[in-house]
Design a protein around this ligand. Structure first.
Ligand SMILES: N[C@@H](CCC(=O)N[C@@H](CS)C(=O)NCC(=O)O)C(=O)O
Length: 221
């Protein structure tokens, strides 16, 4: 048992949303940057593969010693632990069920489409297959983008009103990743406006500064 949680991260990677949640909820934490060799094998900290055998980030070691992986699950767990309804509504409510659907959709469909568009070599062995995976990933992202834009069509700052929820924060991380695809999502009006609100959040600013990377602003700003 220690007093603080430890988040193992790479700048701007899937550890970013958990980092924002840690900042937003005020959970005492330390950041541990994972260093990888030329084959993407983690070399620092030396025991990282014991914590997370996949070698990927994020990994959160909670203050009670529990080791948690999977970005969306960590975000949800931090939101729950905060007891803040704005981050995740109470168990048993329809608002909660909607958050679960959104978060799952974001991690198993949008996140994977971004990976297909950007890292097709993970999904096909030969160049022809990779080109096809990337093209299909980019095409799917256009449809997914329009679906997510519809979430903000009522003009509310965030999905459930004035305060960001865990689903807003996870989506904000993914929107940044779309800079690596054919059509960054901030070019869509509703998502561009949301993304500006996201990166103006103090918790996002602090996490971004600590990880030392830039959030590319929407076009025209
Ligand atoms: N399903 C995992 C995926 C984790 C993952 O792929 N993390 C990426 C960064 S976003 C990573 O560690 N990449 C390094 C690598 O693949 O070597 C999650 O969502 O947490």
């Amino acid at each position: 048992m220690t007093d603080s949680a430890r988040l193992f991260f790479l700048p701007g990677a899937g550890s970013f949303a958990p980092h924002v949640l840690l900042e937003e909820t005020g959970v005492p934490h330390e950041l541990v940057r994972v260093v990888r060799d030329e084959h993407s094998v983690p070399v620092e900290p030396a025991d990282y593969l014991h914590l997370n055998p996949s070698g990927r980030v994020p990994t959160l070691v909670w203050a009670d010693g529990m080791v948690q992986t999977e970005s969306a699950a960590i975000c949800l767990a931090l939101a729950e632990a905060s007891g803040r309804d704005s981050l995740v509504p109470a168990i048993g409510t329809s608002a909660r069920r909607e958050v679960l659907s959104r978060l799952t959709f974001l991690t198993n469909t949008v996140q994977i489409a971004i990976l297909r568009a950007r890292y097709p070599q993970r999904f096909a062995d030969d160049e022809t297959g990779q080109a096809s995976v990337a093209a299909r990933g980019n095409r799917d992202l256009m449809e997914l983008r329009d679906g997510c834009a519809g979430w903000y069509a009522d003009g509310a700052p965030f999905l459930r009103g004035e305060e960001p929820g865990v689903d807003d924060l996870f989506l904000g991380m993914l929107i940044r990743w779309t800079r690596l695809t054919d059509a960054p999502w901030w070019d869509e009006a509703a998502l561009g406006a949301f993304y500006e609100r996201f990166h103006a959040l103090p918790a996002v600013q602090r996490a971004r500064e600590q990880e030392a990377f830039e959030i590319r602003p929407p076009a025209g700003t």
